[in-house]
Design a protein around this ligand. Structure first.
Ligand SMILES: Cc1ncc(COP(=O)(O)O)c(C=O)c1O
Length: 392
């Protein structure tokens, strides 16, 4: 992995900023924006339909690249306009009845929790959150018990929560789902692009991702993986359109066989092309290399922050490239001010985005720094020094 070249290929890094908000919305490699702009210019001259026809093969490569990224087949992949859209469509394909049980975790993404609560209010599904062990790992014995007692219709786990560095043991949960033949939905929004994500190893039926974060794609993009198991059983979004099925009679349709049935007919092809290039860029570097390097960056950052007296809020045995912390006295605002003044990109999350987790931790919010493979150890040291100096 040649970090100098990677940095040279990213115009957004050339003004000297230290960009540490990859869990928010990262910087696209130049070739991503260039491909999108070129494609839009073609649309400007010939209209979108003509350009899509001429570029059909190039657009189709989106499915190959995303499949390669997560170790699936191209027919298992669908484009989405966001992780949330992918998640909603996956959920909508499951016909819930009153009393059906969804098992999730206390650390699942807040919008997913809101969706489950909506299903609870509208349909009467029951939400159960599995317990954590004292070291914050998922309590898998408790999960076994919950499965035996409640026969859940769905288990849903967020691989890496938005508000902490935790990496959930999605593989162990997947093993149980397969043993008990339970539908398994994994939100990999924060893990794709920053670490190896392998749907075979995870054993999931659905996996959702966004483009703009660690994948370094454009906004308004994402993807959904759908397993063969689920496709063969004719799972499809509740509200289908002609991208998903062929209308075969006045009152009938036939589902298309691939995961494209989870797409809607209209979306931005320039954006899909941009995401294809971003995913190809990641595939070419190699996710194992990215994961290893990111682990080093985040380990160093956490170590420095702890040494300087900051509260680091990442609980769990395996930690990701999301580093969350506050000042020694819980301060967020001074840190925010200092990072801004020094041209460091970061984000701040408050309790309403992570209600259960932050209640347990007894905090109102965190500052989040999320380094990625284009960052250098020198940048990590510099930011650490800036933060250390802010304590004086
Ligand atoms: C863990 C997780 N899941 C899902 C999402 C939603 O992604 P999107 O905004 O692309 O729908 C986010 C966004 O921050 C996230 O962090």
């Amino acid at each position: 992995m040649d970090i100098n070249t990677i940095r040279q290929e990213t115009r957004g890094l050339k003004d000297g900023k230290i960009f540490l908000n990859n869990a928010g919305s990262s910087l696209m490699p130049d070739l991503v924006t260039d491909a999108m702009v070129d494609y839009l210019k073609l649309e400007e001259f010939s209209g979108g339909y003509h350009v899509a026809d001429v570029n059909a093969d190039i657009l189709e490569e989106f499915y190959d690249e995303t499949a390669k990224l997560v170790n699936a087949g191209p027919s298992n992949m669908a484009f989405a306009t966001s992780a949330t859209e992918a998640y909603s469509k996956a959920l909508s394909s499951i016909i819930f009845k009153e009393g059906d049980v969804i098992i999730t975790t206390a650390d699942d993404y807040i919008s997913n929790q809101i969706t489950f609560i909506s299903l609870q209010k509208k349909i009467g599904v029951k939400i159960i959150r599995m317990k954590n062990l004292p070291d914050h790992e998922l309590d898998l014995e408790d999960l076994q018990r919950l499965i035996r007692e409640h026969h859940p219709k769905l288990i849903a786990v967020t691989h890496i929560p938005t508000n902490s560095g935790l990496i959930q043991n999605v593989e162990a949960v997947g093993k149980m789902c397969r043993e008990h033949d339970i539908l398994y939905l994994v939100d990999a929004c924060q893990s794709v692009g920053q670490m190896v994500v392998d749907v075979e190893k995870i054993g999931c039926d659905f996996l959702t991702a966004t483009g703009r974060k660690f994948l370094r794609g454009p906004r308004g993009t994402g993807f959904l993986f759908v397993s063969d198991r689920v496709l063969e059983q004719d799972y499809a979004p509740l509200l289908l359109d002609m991208r998903g099925a062929d209308c075969t009679g006045y009152n009938d349709y036939e589902l298309f066989r691939t995961a494209k049935r989870f797409e809607h007919w209209e979306f931005s092809y320039a954006s899909m092309l941009g995401l294809k290039h971003a995913v190809r860029y990641a595939n070419n570097i190699g996710m194992d290399m990215v994961e290893k390097y990111n682990r080093e960056l985040s380990r160093k950052l956490r170590e420095n922050l702890k040494n300087y007296g900051f509260n680091v809020w990442d609980w769990g045995n395996r930690l990701s490239s999301i580093v969350t912390f506050s000042g020694p006295d819980g301060d967020l605002e001074n840190i925010r001010k200092v990072l801004k003044e020094n041209n460091v990109y970061f984000s701040v999350t408050y309790k309403n985005s992570a209600l259960i987790d932050f209640t347990k931790k007894d905090i109102n919010g965190i500052v989040r720094l999320s380094p990625h493979y284009f960052n250098t150890i020198e940048e990590i040291e510099k930011v650490s020094e800036i933060l250390k100096a802010s304590l004086k």
